[in-house]
Structures are given as structure tokens and as C-alpha cells.
Design a protein around this ligand. Structure first.
Ligand code: UDP
Length: 172
């Protein structure tokens, strides 16, 4: 009715346990349909699919951002994401919980940069899904070391099992 543009906040999760690295937009991904993460991964995938149906059938002006790991002020303490977990554990003098051996990687984007990317995308004519994120990749153990070095170098690491279907390498 109002000819509004529609932004769908998709996710790097659509690539699942990606066998292609870095993950390019043309890659269809590797998602376990019944895994622990699948309701999120498949939810984002079906949302992209519906956006394209509305584009094809009703010519809705869609933009699809596949958002990679993002951090910054405003995250909830109990969000469960790695950066907020490590910082909150560190300031409470608790051990940092590393899942698996910590060699899995993620690329972390600062929230302001991500928002600039979203604004630029909305101002553009680009109608296919696009990856948004930082392409600088970190091992989780190196992230733990970095946060420990800034807050309290005496903190210990506690190694816990890697959650099932946790992607090993992720980079836009
Ligand atoms: N992770 C960890 N300790 C934590 C929380 C997460 O080692 O306390 C790991 C997790 O297994 C994953 C990575 O950090 O490999 C990023 O996890 P997060 O939940 O932040 O993001 P996502 O897995 O959705 O990329």
C-alpha cells in the first residue's frame, strides 16, 4: 500500500555447517534439518524464501542482509553469545567458558558498522541476499585471551563440550 521497502534481517546461520569458506552468497549452505540450531537456521531460510516469493508475485521491494556475528553496547548480559558471556564472566572473576577446544572461528562486527551496512543496503538497489559482517576472523580461544588480557590476566579457562552442529569456521 505505501510502497515501503522491506528489510529482512537474515543470518549467517543460513549457511549451517558450511563446507565452503569464506561463505559466499551463492553458496546454498549445509543445514541439519533436525539439529539443535535448525529452528533458527531453517526459520531464516524460509523467511528468505518468502521474501523472494513476495518479490516475484507482488514486486515488494525487498532487501536481505545475512548478518554475521555482531557485538556492542546494548547486548543482554544473559544473551548467551560468546562476547557478552566472556566479558560478564571476566568482570565477575569467573572462569571463561570455552566450548570445544576453542579453535572454531567467528568474525565479529561492531554494531555501528553493521548499522552503516544496513543503511547503505536500504539506500541501494541491491535486491539479492548480501552478507554483512567483518571479514577479520578470530579463534574463540584467541578472543578469550584478548578479553582476559584487558580485564584480569589471572582468569582461568573452563573447557566445556562443543554444542552439536556448532559451525567450525565462519567468515563473510
Ligand atoms: N562459545 C564459547 N563460549 C561461550 C559462548 C559461546 O566458546 O560461553 C562459542 C560457541 O560454541 C561458538 C562461538 O563461541 O563456537 C560463537 O557463539 P555465539 O553463540 O556467540 O554465536 P554463534 O554460534 O551463533 O555464531
Amino acid at each position: 500500500k505505501y510502497k515501503a521497502k522491506f528489510l529482512m534481517a537474515s543470518s549467517s546461520s543460513i549457511y549451517g555447517e558450511a563446507k565452503l569458506y569464506p561463505q559466499v552468497e551463492e553458496y546454498y549452505g549445509e543445514v541439519n534439518t533436525f539439529g539443535n540450531r535448525s529452528c533458527y537456521e531453517e526459520g531464516k531460510r524460509v523467511a528468505e524464501s518468502l521474501c523472494f516469493d513476495y518479490q516475484r508475485i507482488y514486486n515488494i521491494d525487498i532487501r536481505i542482509a545475512r548478518i554475521f556475528n555482531t557485538y556492542g553496547p546494548g547486548m543482554r548480559k544473559d544473551d548467551g553469545r560468546v562476547i557478552s558471556n566472556f566479558i560478564n564472566q571476566a568482570i565477575q572473576n569467573k572462569s571463561l567458558t570455552i566450548y570445544g577446544n576453542g579453535t572454531q572461528t567467528r568474525s565479529f562486527c561492531y554494531i555501528n558498522d553493521l548499522i552503516s551496512g544496513l543503511v547503505n543496503l536500504m539506500d541501494s538497489d541491491y535486491r539479492k541476499p548480501i552478507n554483512l559482517g567483518n571479514d577479520e576472523e578470530f579463534r574463540i580461544v584467541d578472543l578469550a585471551n584478548l578479553i582476559r588480557s584487558k580485564i584480569n590476566t589471572d582468569l582461568k579457562f573452563k573447557f566445556l563440550p562443543l554444542p552439536p552442529n556448532d559451525p567450525i569456521k565462519r567468515r563473510p
